[in-house]
Design a protein around this ligand. Structure first.
Ligand code: SF4
Ligand code: SF4
Length: 422
């Protein structure tokens, strides 16, 4: 392929593609037509037939991998990213009413970005922006599936997806010794987010991470009145409500003089990095933990188990962070890290993104993304499925139960594994 008169190598083309996906900005509904019509229904977004560079011999590899978590194993066209583009084109043309299954399809997309890496059309990196902009119009029109409406109402009234009391956001802190509220001059503010704060099973993540940071003498504090980060409501198209949360969060951080934020959730990382202009520096907790291991502040001793790691979409494909979680795991003596077939940029979504962990449009059927993914983890022979996202934890916890794999493979957050190794 030519580029500026110079023959580009495949890896350069690939890196340019990744850069465009990283830098892509939000789109307005008025712009959707410019891009949605570029889908030629070539079907390449339905699955991967090859590995991506820089994998060894990537051009010759010819394995088929399912790509999109909306696809249900039957591969009806409507359940594919291209099918979704054609539903949207029909809507723009006034031919396809967005109701029933077609409306659900627009809200089922988890914004996992797998299709953006694989699309052969000119609009590849715009697919999730197209979906978000159409949702924004549907939210404005009041035309959304019932559970999406409930999700947005709950966040609006109580600041969390379940509509739980605001005070319950602090429940996860119970019993964590040495934890305190953020004070000026602390090194980091630990931001937890809704799922790690409210979901009983996922509370293990902020507890474990806080214990680890306290033990490593990290200077950090938490908020007594944390607000929702707004990632899901932004992706669901509720722009005005999102902007209220964003502005409140920016004001709160400025008032406290926060310089660095360490986030538990890749979803918080994504929205803070991409939608919060003038916000303090943000890092994901795996980046901090890897730093602490490198500096000798955390010294893992032993964890003699076979472990496989699931890349969360919003850490990997959306923000290009694949290495730190693997470096942490590989640095633990005795730990045997094995990869699932779909890993890194080809990771398969847990099915919970874009509010699906609550709205459940991706569902819990046998070929649901979360169940397919835990089967894939189990097939590696791993004893532990390692995660670094509270939404993945929530989805996989239920999927392991549905698959009868709860006793066969343990679900552990990376900070839990590090703590178990000390
Ligand atoms: S972003 Fe993910 S869920 Fe949405 S259409 Fe693309 S592959 Fe499917
Ligand atoms: S790869 Fe792109 S152009 Fe091809 S069907 Fe999918 S969305 Fe359409």
């Amino acid at each position: 392929m030519g580029h500026g008169g110079k023959l580009m190598k495949p890896v350069e083309i690939w890196e340019g593609h990744v850069k465009r996906i990283m830098e892509n900005k939000k789109m307005s509904f008025e712009e959707v037509g410019d891009w949605a019509y570029k889908c030629i229904l070539c079907t390449s977004c339905q699955g991967w037939y090859r590995e991506h560079p820089p994998a060894e011999n990537w051009q010759e590899k010819q394995t088929y991998y399912r790509t999109c978590p909306m696809m249900d194993g039957k591969e009806f066209e409507i359940s594919t990213p291209g099918g979704l583009m054609w539903v949207i084109k029909g809507y723009l043309d006034g031919i396809v009413p967005l109701e029933g299954r077609a409306l659900e399809q627009v809200f089922m997309c988890t914004v996992c970005k797998a299709c953006e890496y694989e699309c052969y059309g000119d609009h590849g990196e715009k697919i999730t922006n197209i979906v978000r902009a159409v949702r924004e119009k549907l939210v404005e029109d009041g035309n959304v599936p019932p559970l999406v409406r409930k999700f947005l109402e709950n966040v609006s009234s109580q600041g969390n997806p379940w509509g739980e009391a605001k005070a319950k956001r602090n429940d996860w802190k119970k019993g964590v010794e040495g934890l305190r509220n953020y004070a000026p001059n602390d090194g980091y503010l630990l931001y937890v987010g809704c799922v790690g704060s409210y979901d009983d099973a996922c509370q293990v993540m902020p507890r474990s991470l806080s214990n680890l940071l306290v033990k490593a003498n990290v200077s950090f504090g938490v908020l007594s009145d944390e607000e929702c980060d707004g990632n899901e409501i932004n992706l669901l198209g509720e722009t005005y409500l999102f902007e209220e949360f964003r502005d409140r969060n920016i004001q709160q951080m400025n008032k406290l003089g926060v310089k660095k934020i360490v986030v538990l959730s890749p979803h918080s990382y994504n929205v803070f990095k991409k939608e919060y202009e003038g916000f303090p520096e943000v890092i994901h907790y795996t980046q901090l933990v890897w730093d602490l291991i490198q500096n000798g502040k955390i010294k893992p001793l032993k964890f003699e188990k076979k472990v496989t790691y699931h890349d969360p979409c919003l850490l990997g494909r959306a923000n290009n962070i694949y290495d730190e979680p693997r470096k942490i795991l590989s640095s633990i003596p005795g730990l045997d890290l094995v990869e699932m077939k779909r890993n890194k940029v080809q990771s398969f979504c847990c099915g919970g993104g874009s509010g699906n962990f609550y709205t459940d449009i991706t569902g819990s059927r046998i070929d649901s993304p979360s169940r397919a993914r835990v089967r894939e983890a189990y097939e590696t022979g791993a004893e532990v499925l390692a995660i670094s996202c509270p939404i993945c934890m929530l989805m996989f916890k239920d999927a392991l139960k549905a698959e009868g794999l709860e006793e066969k493979i343990s679900l552990m957050d990376i900070s839990e594994i590090v703590r178990a190794s000390l």
